[in-house]
Write a protein that binds this ligand. Structure first.
Ligand SMILES: Cc1cc2nc3c(=O)[nH]c(=O)nc-3n(C[C@H](O)[C@H](O)[C@H](O)COP(=O)(O)OP(=O)(O)OC[C@H]3O[C@@H](n4cnc5c(N)ncnc54)[C@H](O)[C@@H]3O)c2cc1C
Length: 447
């Protein structure tokens, strides 16, 4: 059994610790921040995430799904809010399947506690990785509390230290391809309070979206009846964080664009000016592994924009695939396992990065577009009648374990088909007809 160092005790590092501990390895997990179960390290940054099917697949494989099930809220549809407060509900699937909303902070706490249950796991908080020797697997940590430095040898090292990964920084000294692209949008957390009796003020089983073309707000339910909202906006320009300088600007902005949300946000100004404005970047790199010693996993390998709600799910799937490869090749064959891990996951990491950018357009813009809604209806009907032939892209990503790359390729084919279907004369009236169905299925047969 190996001595394994995990750098970063966030969402992915903590699940990885469980997988590796179950296999009998000695796991030491080092986290830069203090223990979130003892201090509120997530204050103002406690965004909500959705766990999708592939995330559950990984949690089940690790045997920790029940602990997570206790802290999630099922979400079955999008609910769009237009400027006049008109609501439109769009189910995620024809059979009302759910994704699950969870607070990032709560999930992290639960997963750390699950990892800590194993006697062969050591959790070390306030230990910031400052360097890694990729050849020997020795990491250096700076103890944030005492200021001391320590060198920790290991057989294998995982960098699950998120988008700004210190482990990945070491890869830069070798033959390594890397790109980091910031999008023009930043985000800010805004919490929606529950009613005084603790009941939710909106349907908790919907992801609420205020799509406004160049910017948007969304809200996901918490188990306490409140919602965690996130405002996504360019950092500069006509509609941007830069334009909101004081309470009057903020009030005007919300009255114009998010009027129906105002009664749910009595402390909006306080929250808005207190909570940090964070940026969003896409990181692509290769290779994710160094010989049989070091591997990147989760956001450290593939940070993506959050608009498909798949960053963590992709990281969870990384852990599951790695575990499957260890089952296949054994626990003493790390060169083969890490090589196979990179080959299996890299194309999927790239695909979900592309898919997530595409979903941004869909969320902020298209969900309010009648053509888009019609397309969803036609696809829903095709799926209901021919589930073996037509699985919409969203369902492939959120409700299946189909690889992101396969889903993306199939989704692009669906786009081409639906473009022709939506161009049929009178489609608005005859979308439920046999003729439309025949056309779509006929096009599906073409190469
Ligand atoms: C607004 C927003 C909404 C999102 N919504 C979703 C969603 O709905 N569904 C979804 O699946 N994903 C979502 N994501 C993405 C998700 O948050 C990330 O993909 C996920 O957190 C990645 O987990 P990770 O463990 O790889 O990285 P992180 O969660 O970033 O954890 C990395 C950890 O490493 C620690 N660390 C960093 N540097 C060091 C160091 N030098 N030494 C030691 N420790 C270090 C950090 O303190 C941190 O605890 C969203 C992201 C954002 C920003």
């Amino acid at each position: 059994m190996k001595n394994i160092t995990i750098v970063g005790g966030g969402l992915v590092g903590s699940l990885l610790a469980v997988f590796l501990a179950k296999r009998g390895h000695k796991v030491n997990l080092y986290e830069r921040r203090a223990d979130p179960r003892r201090t509120n390290v997530y204050a103002g940054r406690s965004i909500n995430l959705v766990v999708s099917h592939r995330g559950w697949t990984a949690l089940k494989a690790a045997g920790v799904n029940e602990a997570v099930e206790r802290i999630v809220v099922p979400v079955r549809a999008r609910m769009t809010h237009d400027r006049d407060g008109k609501l439109t509900r769009l189910p995620y699937s024809i059979d009302e399947r759910a994704i699950h909303s969870v607070s990032r902070g709560e999930l992290n706490k639960v997963m750390l506690s699950e990892a800590e249950k194993f006697p062969n796991v050591g959790l070390h908080f306030e230990h910031r990785c400052t360097s890694v020797n990729l050849e020997t697997g020795t990491c250096t940590f700076h103890n944030e509390a005492t200021g001391e430095a320590s060198a920790v040898p290991a057989d294998v090292v995982f960098g699950s230290d998120g988008a700004p990964s210190a482990v990945r920084q070491e890869f830069m000294k070798h033959r390594f391809t890397f790109s980091q692209t910031y999008i023009e949008h930043d985000y800010k957390e805004i919490a929606f309070a529950p009613n005084p009796d603790g009941t939710p003020r909106m349907d908790p089983h919907c992801l609420h979206i205020w799509p406004r073309r160049w910017f948007m707000m969304m809200g996901l339910a918490n188990t306490d009846g409140g919602f965690t909202g996130t405002l996504f906006m360019p950092h500069e320009g006509e509609f941007s964080f830069d334009r909101i300088k004081d309470e009057d600007d903020l009030k005007r902005f919300f009255e114009e664009h998010f009027r129906d949300a105002i009664p749910m946000l009595p402390d909006l100004a306080e929250q808005y000016f207190r909570n940090p404005q964070s940026n969003l970047a896409i990181i692509r790199c290769a290779p994710w592994t160094y010989k049989d010693k070091v591997a990147l996993i989760g956001d450290a390998a593939h940070a993506i924009v959050p608009f498909y709600g798949e960053g963590m799910n992709a990281g969870y799937e990384d852990c599951k695939v790695l575990n499957d490869l260890l089952n296949q090749h054994g626990d003493d064959n790390w060169g083969t396992v890490l090589d196979a891990y990179h080959k299996a996951r890299k194309p999927n990491g790239d695909a979900i990065a592309d898919l997530s950018l595409r979903n941004f357009v869909e969320m902020r813009d298209l969900v309010a577009d009648p053509k888009f809604i019609l397309r969803k209806k036609i696809e829903g009907r095709l799926q209901a009648k021919h589930p073996d032939k037509w699985l919409p892209l969203y369902s492939q990503v959120k409700f299946s374990d189909i690889g992101y790359k396969t889903a993306w390729d199939e989704g692009l084919r669906h786009d081409r088909i639906m473009e022709q279907v939506l161009a049929m004369p009178g489609i608005e009236e005859k979308w439920e007809s046999e003729e439309v169905e025949r056309k779509a299925l006929g096009l599906l047969k073409l190469p």
